[in-house]
Write a protein that binds this ligand. Structure first.
Ligand SMILES: [Zn+2]
Length: 290
């Protein structure tokens, strides 16, 4: 295997899918493994270590689920040709307890390690690839921090500058939540076009799947701190709290509709909003008094 093949394999991870549900298990495990390798040159990770760390990452950056399954990617990554285990595990035994009882150890296979050793820049390139393929840019830094990876995230050129223009125009160049619209000379600063359904999950670049948000509200939206109902009402998660800025930047908007686009045909589409509620929002919603 050469670097190109490795990148190809990383781009084509077989991800368990059911409709458009998010399954960030493998990407998060890979980022964690890259971080361990970068920090301590460790490439054999015990399942005992990984399970709690990965579960935390899944809770923080994955969709809300009734249960979380770190055992799945830990074993199933072997099918992608980049990961190996100290024992082979039959599919029926991919269970948390079984892996723990059998002291399972896993990690990048020797070929991958060799490639990582040969080219010190490769690790960063792989991390960059994984992030851009599975998560919106607004949360890349948060994920890197949480997994403990030290890489400079490349701010890529806007993937589709037309999308940004369309969305900003639809919302009159200001945040649809708070109205923020600071300019430096003729340039807008800190106003972004957010996808409602992430483009990584197939969300299209159209007005009905976007809203203009300031950098702060964009991040809060992509992290699931708030969502929008199909009546455009902003809803804050019950788990969100804070003493400074919480009321000013979130609770004062709770239950209220965000600003309307310039033309009703640009209204966010229900299917995209429902996706955000299901796959990104860290519900349940806060109690509403009005
Ligand atoms: Zn805002």
């Amino acid at each position: 295997m050469d670097e190109k093949t490795l990148k190809h394999k990383i781009e084509n991870l077989s991800i368990w899918t059911k409709g458009d549900q998010r399954a960030p298990h493998k990407p998060l495990l890979l980022l964690y493994a890259l971080a361990r390798y970068q920090r301590d040159k460790i490439h054999n990770l015990s399942y005992l270590e990984v399970k709690d760390k990965l579960k935390k990452l899944l809770i923080e950056f994955g969709p809300q689920r009734r249960s979380y399954h770190p055992e799945q990617p830990f074993v199933r990554l072997t099918n992608d040709g980049i990961w190996s285990l100290n024992k082979s595990i039959e599919p029926k035994n991919i269970r948390n307890n079984y892996l723990m009882k059998n002291d399972l150890v896993g990690g990048f296979n020797p070929v991958v390690i060799q490639l990582l050793n040969r080219n010190p820049k490769l690790l960063e390139e792989l991390a960059d690839k994984i992030l851009h393929e599975h998560f919106p840019q607004s949360i890349h830094e948060d994920i890197l921090m949480a997994v403990g990876l030290e890489v400079g995230v490349k701010k890529r050129k806007t993937r589709d500058p037309m999308f940004r223009d369309k969305i900003l125009r639809a919302y009159e160049y200001s945040c649809a939540v708070c109205g923020f619209n600071v300019r430096l000379g003729n340039h807008l600063v800190g106003i972004e076009a957010a996808h409602i359904k992430w483009f990584q999950l197939g969300g299209p670049d159209i007005e009905e799947n976007g809203i203009a948000l300031c950098s702060l509200h964009h991040k809060l939206f992509d992290r699931g701190v708030f969502t929008l109902t199909n009546k455009r009402q902003l809803i804050v998660a019950e788990d969100a709290h804070g003493t400074h800025g919480f009321d000013e930047w979130l609770m004062r908007y709770h239950g209220n509709p965000i600003r309307e686009p310039v033309n009703p045909i640009y209204q966010p589409q229900e299917t995209f909003l429902n996706w955000h509620v299901r796959e990104v929002f860290k519900g349940p919603a806060r109690y509403q008094t009005h």
